[in-house]
Design a protein. Structure first.
Length: 662
């Protein structure tokens, strides 16, 4: 038995906070590591101790094994928990911890080494008799071999990084002529994300379910599985919604998949928490996809239906203890669904977004759990993953869990940074999801490359105007001397009208408020009339009676020219045009190619004088661990290159200018 008294968490964000919560409950001191951009991050505030390890870029901090180990030594940590991502599946780091006499809360480096390489893992699984997807996983990585093998397998194929996961270094290819570009992008992304460019090629299984099995093993030879999770709803191979158990699971299929997952773990002498991922086709056949040798993002749904704390299990196994439960003691009860709240813009093709978190609010409801890496007043950095929180619901039935999760999302808000809250509400409301029939094709089938934009509801615009008016009135009242409340919104003419000009994106709206009495207004929105009464208003929360229907809103008005608000259906950011500073002009014309987000400009594919067509790739930007193609917005000639290849650029920075063809 080993002792863990001080635990360094080699990670950031919500997973670091989540690990600390359990460690503290077990009486273990916690140490946070942080990069420049995270100096005041939530995980730093939550830790017992914290130590700086480098610059904001992951290659200067969270991916630097030597810096993390040195921090562990300095802080007297006897164990390191890697969370997920970063160094969590780095065999060399696991070995370095062992050599330094520090417990690595994870599997042995040999198991990480095998399972962390998709090619070796697949060969090991084939040898162990675990069903695998047909494909190519050998050492020859020449372009000629990769394209030949892909064509031999037959389109469509998945081009996948042999190292790492999370959708990075992965491309779905439908046509042979797209292979060379897909392979090049996958290799580049894999090299930047994992330090290795090797690929494997697999037959693309069409419209499968993504079902994974949680396994656990101790150092005494015990291996168990804790049921499965359905993670089929994905975008760009990044999971968005996860649930447990799988809606179509049968006891026979669960037993078969569970046994296969346990055999996969035994084949590599596994220890600790791991997840064996499978593709499940419409005929009930399943195929090994990969094994994640770490705790998964979606582990809370398994915790919800088993009642076990998986981080506690990890720490106990790392201390050399027996598993807290054997297979016959593990039961599943109820249903759990988790959604990932991402800082991204679904309408703009799910591009990651960055910026301040003016307000983050989730109502305190029964059966709801929130694992968050941010709080109001924090910021979403361009240097790290776009996920900021997870919201999890548990209920006796799947429908109970779905309705609870919908209720929580409809009452929540992440204001200040564009996010996918409204998209998640829409996903949970789709009939295909309600029926439990969603596959990995769900988002593509229902949303394509982007979620369709919806016009602001006139009721919401009216609510924004009334809220902002009430806030202005309260501020003026606080500065005045002994003004009676009866005189608020009173005029000797008997008709007091206030006008607001709002802009939402490119659309302008004119609103006129006529005061009918304290807290009562008739609001005209571009000619549509709404009667609004303020029932209750507090900091961030307001209840309005709009046309005799009660509506709850979460709002923020930190910036004087902006009001942000969310209700059960919609999140909006409205700009009060009359309050805009004079230096805020119109956006540049379509010939200006700007960075959609902060990131590293990996490539500029054109030079001044080149002719380009609309939709042509003119550069590649790396942001939030993904590579994004920068496309020309118009046909024309490249007039000027304004950015430098290889440099960090900010959101909205000009990359190049195209003179549009007449």
């Amino acid at each position: 038995m080993s002792s863990i008294t001080t635990l360094l968490i080699a990670n950031r964000g919500e997973i670091a906070v989540r690990v600390m919560r359990t460690a503290k409950a077990m009486g273990i001191r916690t140490v946070a590591v942080y990069a420049d951009a995270d100096a005041n991050a939530m995980h730093v505030r939550e830790a017992d101790m914290a130590i700086h390890i480098g610059g904001s870029a992951v290659g200067e901090s969270y991916l630097c094994a030597d810096k993390v180990l040195n921090a562990a030594r300095q802080m007297g940590a006897d164990a390191v928990h890697p969370g997920y991502g970063f160094l969590s599946e780095n065999a060399a780091f696991s070995e370095a911890c062992a050599n330094a006499g520090i417990i690595f809360v994870g599997p042995p480096n040999a198991a990480i080494d095998i399972m962390g390489d998709k090619a070796r893992a697949k060969r090991a699984m084939l040898a162990a008799g675990v069903p695998c997807v047909p494909g190519y996983q050998d050492d020859d990585q020449s372009l000629e071999t990769l394209t030949r093998e892909a064509n031999a397998i037959g389109m469509p194929v998945m081009v996948k990084a042999a190292a790492g996961g999370g959708g990075r270094g992965m491309r779905l290819v439908h046509h042979s002529e797209d292979l060379v570009s897909a392979i090049g992008l996958a290799q580049s992304e894999a090299q930047n994300a994992f330090g290795a460019s090797e690929l494997i090629i697999e037959k693309a299984i069409q419209r499968p379910r993504h079902v994974e099995v949680q396994i656990f093993a101790d150092t005494h030879g015990n291996v168990v599985h804790l049921g499965e999770r359905d993670c089929s709803i994905q975008r760009r191979h990044q999971k968005v919604v996860e649930e447990a158990p799988c809606p179509i699971m049968t006891p026979e299929l669960r037993n078969a998949m569970g046994e296969a997952a346990v055999e996969a773990a035994r084949a590599v002498d596994y220890v600790g928490a791991g997840t064996v991922e499978f593709l499940l086709d419409s005929d009930g056949h399943f195929y090994f996809l990969e094994m994640n040798t770490r705790l998964q993002v979606e582990h809370p749904v398994t915790e919800s239906i088993t009642g076990f704390d998986l981080v506690e299990w990890q720490l106990r196994v790392a201390r050399g203890e027996y598993l807290p439960a054997l297979q016959e003691n593990i039961e599943l009860f109820g249903h759990a669904i988790e959604v990932r709240l991402y800082a991204e813009d679904p309408v703009a093709g799910f591009l990651p977004s960055t910026g301040p978190v003016e307000l983050f609010y989730v109502p305190d409801l029964p059966g709801i759990r929130v694992d968050s890496g941010v709080a109001s007043g924090d910021a979403v950095s361009p240097f790290y993953d776009a996920m900021v929180a997870k919201i999890i619901a548990h209920g006796e039935t799947r429908e109970d869990a779905r309705l609870r999760l919908l209720q929580a999302l409809r009452g929540s808000a992440l204001l200040g940074v564009t996010n996918n809250r409204d998209f998640l509400i829409d996903v949970l409301s789709q009939q295909v999801f309600i029926d439990g029939e969603a596959t990995t094709a769900f988002i593509g089938d229902h949303y394509g490359d982007a979620m369709a934009a919806t016009a602001p509801a006139t009721q919401t615009l009216a609510a924004a105007a009334v809220i902002q008016h009430a806030l202005d009135q309260a501020q003026a009242d606080a500065m005045a001397l002994s003004v009676s409340e009866e005189l608020l919104d009173w005029s000797s003419t008997g008709d007091l009208t206030f006008t607001r000009e709002y802009r939402v994106g490119e659309q302008a709206y004119t609103l006129r408020l006529n005061a009918r009495g304290p807290g009562e207004y008739c609001v005209s929105v571009n000619g549509t009339i709404h009667n609004v009464i303020i029932d209750d208003i507090a900091e961030s929360l307001v209840t309005l009676n709009i046309d005799e229907r009660h509506e709850h809103y979460v709002y923020d008005s930190t910036a004087p020219e902006t009001i942000r608000l969310a209700n059960a259906k919609q999140t909006l950011t409205l700009t009060d045009v009359c309050r805009l500073p004079p230096e805020r002009g119109e956006e540049a014309a379509g010939g200006a190619v700007k960075a959609p987000m902060h990131g590293l400009l990996l490539a500029i594919d054109v030079k001044a004088g080149d002719m380009v067509v609309k939709g042509q790739r003119v550069g590649v930007l790396e942001a939030m661990k993904m590579q994004h193609e920068i496309l020309a917005g118009v046909d024309g000639s490249v007039e000027e290159i304004s950015a430098t290849q290889g440099a960090q650029i900010g959101a909205g920075d000009l990359i190049l200018t195209i003179v549009e063809e007449a």
